[in-house]
Design a protein. Structure first.
Length: 215
C-alpha cells in the first residue's frame, strides 16, 4: 500500500504521485484535498505544480500561458520540458532522495497528451524530449481525473477572469487530449488510476485515497 500511518514499514519510502487530466478536471482541487488527507495520516507531503514549483519554472509558466504571445507547438513543448527539467533538478530529485512524498499537479504525461497528441508532435517524440529533461524520472502512481471536454470547458469558463493561452483552445484540442490520456492509462494500468471527475469533489477524494490504499 502507498498510503498508511506513519508507523508503516514504507514510511520512509520516497513516493511521487502525479495528478493528470484536461483543464477543468479538478486537479488543483484534488491535490489540495489529497495533501490535507495524507498529512492527517502522518505523511510529510510536498505539493508542487507544473509548470512551476521553482523560480525559473514559474517564469516559464507565465510566458507559455500568456494569451498575448504566439508560441509554436515545438517551442511550447521545449518550454514545458525546460520548466520540468529545472523542477526535477532543483526540487523533485532532492525531495525524493530525502525520502519525501511528493504530490505533483501535472508531469510528463501532460506533455504527451497536450503537445504529443493534441499539437500533433507525436507522443514518442515528446516522450524522448522529456526523458532527457527529467533524466528518466517516473511517477510511482498517476491519478487521471477523467471528464468530458465539454464539462471541463464549462468549469474553466465558470472560473471568471481571462482565459490563458491554453484554455482558449477549441473543443477538438481537448478531445484529442482526453483520448490521449485514455490511451496512456490503458498502456500502463499498473501506474495509472482513472477516476470519474464528474463526481462531487469529496467523492473524487475518497476514490483517490481508496486507490492509493490499494496500491
Amino acid at each position: 500500500m502507498l498510503v498508511g500511518g506513519a508507523g508503516r514499514p514504507d514510511s520512509f519510502r520516497a513516493v511521487l504521485i502525479t495528478v493528470e487530466g484536461i483543464d477543468g478536471a479538478g486537479k488543483t482541487t484534488l491535490v489540495a484535498a489529497l495533501a490535507g488527507a495524507l498529512r492527517a495520516r502522518g505523511r510529510d507531503v510536498e505539493v508542487l505544480r507544473e509548470p512551476g514549483g521553482v523560480e525559473l519554472s514559474e517564469r516559464l509558466r507565465a510566458l507559455v500561458k500568456d494569451p498575448g504571445l504566439t508560441v509554436g507547438a515545438r517551442a511550447e513543448a521545449l518550454v514545458y520540458a525546460a520548466a520540468r527539467a529545472q523542477l526535477v533538478e532543483e526540487r523533485l530529485r532532492p525531495l525524493l532522495a530525502g525520502g519525501r512524498w511528493v504530490l505533483l499537479d501535472r508531469f510528463v504525461d501532460s506533455s504527451l497528451a497536450y503537445q504529443g497528441a493534441a499539437r500533433g508532435l507525436g507522443v514518442e517524440a515528446v516522450r524522448a524530449l522529456n526523458a532527457f529533461a527529467t533524466g528518466g524520472l517516473r511517477p510511482d502512481r498517476t491519478l487521471l481525473l477523467r471528464v468530458e471536454p465539454r464539462v471541463g470547458l464549462a468549469r474553466v469558463g465558470g472560473r471568471g477572469g481571462q482565459e490563458d493561452r491554453i484554455e482558449r483552445e477549441r473543443e477538438a484540442f481537448w478531445l484529442a487530449c482526453a483520448r490521449a490520456y485514455d490511451a496512456l492509462a490503458a498502456a500502463e494500468p499498473e501506474r495509472w488510476v482513472v477516476i470519474d471527475a464528474a463526481q462531487p469533489p469529496e467523492r473524487v477524494l475518497e476514490e483517490a485515497l481508496a486507490q492509493l490504499d490499494a496500491a
